[in-house]
Ligand binder design. Structure first.
Ligand SMILES: C[C@H](N)C(=O)N[C@H](CCC(=O)O)C(=O)O
Ligand SMILES: [Mg+2]
Length: 376
């Protein structure tokens, strides 16, 4: 099975409600879709959103690097060599993690189809040629949290109530607006809903280390139980993360500080983070995400599988990874597709509010995608 062509398309899905973090506010899922064609007629799908404030990648930068750098490296190559092709992609040029992620996902979709295995079974191996774990007894369902966007308290209250009514039992509450307002909103949300759901916070880098310790102390003083605080300080402020981790019992999760294995090792060695949020758009795809989960498993560090605001092609790959590495990835933040008004991707992984059902179809199992707008 040889690669003949790589086509690119846009795929947009309006959101049920605007997605607001301390970094950005958006009203639709906006993905670049990669379609890898082969001489057997089989196609592989991958996708990536643009998150320039986090990854530095825009759709235009992805289009340029895929067309100019990656396509010439892949066309004509055999899908049998997917592990080597992924290594070639990673080494070809620094950065461009989102483009690499979309391509790796499409390559592994094809590779798993070639092996006639669901992707999670392929990811249960760590490299080509290893025998597959017997995964037949694992349940093929994951439960995701849901993002509660950063808004005034009344809006966050309504959004939380609706999410709980839909069956979500973990709220990922976005904060990072104004410290006192953040603290007040979280305390009030906890008093309203803390009995029935877990509450995790994502600050998206908006607090200082001192503010984080102050907020954590307020939560403790008010008997507010917070599951974890995600990326409270700037991505490069590892000293700040360590300062916080030394002063609060609330687990601290690294997100924007943890793109690659080197950063993850440093965070864990320095005891600057308790939990690592793995996202394929940060790790440049599946291979480095596997290396990070293997390392975290060896250090008995818990991981979350996360996503950007993105649709169900790449998030399906993340769900397969979570299933393959469920011993280490015990927290799931794969709510991107559920935040959309509908899912244009059919077959394979089904995102049904809090539940993510993973099928045993080969690869990602995608049958059709509605509304793809191919780029010329
Ligand atoms: C969508 C997911 N629950 C989430 O919150 N991801 C963000 C980044 C999303 C973005 O800005 O696209 C995160 O964990 O920081
Ligand atoms: Mg985050």
């Amino acid at each position: 099975m040889n690669i003949t062509e790589i086509r690119l398309a846009k795929l947009n899905v309006p959101l049920v409600t605007p997605f607001k973090t301390s970094l950005r506010s958006v009203t639709e899922i906006d993905d670049l879709v990669v379609v890898i064609h082969t001489d057997s007629g089989e196609v592989g799908y991958g996708s990536a959103p643009e998150t320039p404030l986090i990854t530095g990648d825009t759709h235009q930068s992805m289009i340029d690097v895929i067309r100019n750098t990656f396509t010439p490296l892949l066309v004509g190559k055999s899908i049998e060599d997917t592990w080597a092709l992924a290594a070639t992609l990673q080494q070809a040029i620094p950065l461009h993690n989102s483009a690499k992620a979309a391509l790796e996902i499409a390559l592994f979709d094809l590779y798993a189809k070639r092996l006639n295995l669901p992707l999670y079974q392929v990811l249960s191996t760590t490299r080509a040629g290893e025998s597959l774990d017997n995964q037949s007894n694992i349940p093929l369902v994951l439960k995701t949290d849901i993002t509660i966007s950063m808004n005034d308290f009344d809006t966050m209250f309504v959004d939380s109530k609706k999410a709980i009514a839909q069956g979500f039992d973990v709220l990922k509450v976005k904060v990072g607006n104004n410290l006192q307002q953040d603290i007040d909103s979280v305390i009030r949300l906890y008093k309203e809903f803390g009995e029935s759901v877990a509450i995790r916070l994502d600050v998206n880098q908006a607090w200082t280390a001192q503010q984080t310790v102050q907020a954590a102390q307020c939560f403790t003083d008010n008997h507010v139980s917070i599951e974890l605080i995600e990326q409270p300080v700037k991505a490069d402020d590892i000293t700040g993360l360590k300062y916080i981790a030394e002063r609060t019992a609330i687990p601290i999760m690294a997100d924007e500080s943890a793109f690659n294995l080197t950063q993850v090792k440093n965070l864990i060695e320095q005891q600057a983070a308790d939990i690592i949020n793995i996202k394929l758009m940060k790790t440049a795809g599946l291979t480095q995400a596997l290396a990070i989960t293997d390392y975290c498993q060896s250090k008995q560090v818990t991981c979350m599988i996360g996503c950007m605001l993105e649709g169900s092609i790449a998030v399906a790959a993340a769900a397969h990874l979570a299933l393959a590495k469920s011993q280490t990835i015990s927290k799931i933040d794969l709510d991107g597709p559920s935040l959309g008004l509908y899912d244009p991707v059919h077959g394979g992984v089904c995102f049904d509010k809090a539940n993510i059902y993973i099928s045993n179809e080969a690869g990602l199992g995608i049958s059709t995608i509605e509304g793809l707008q191919f780029l010329s």
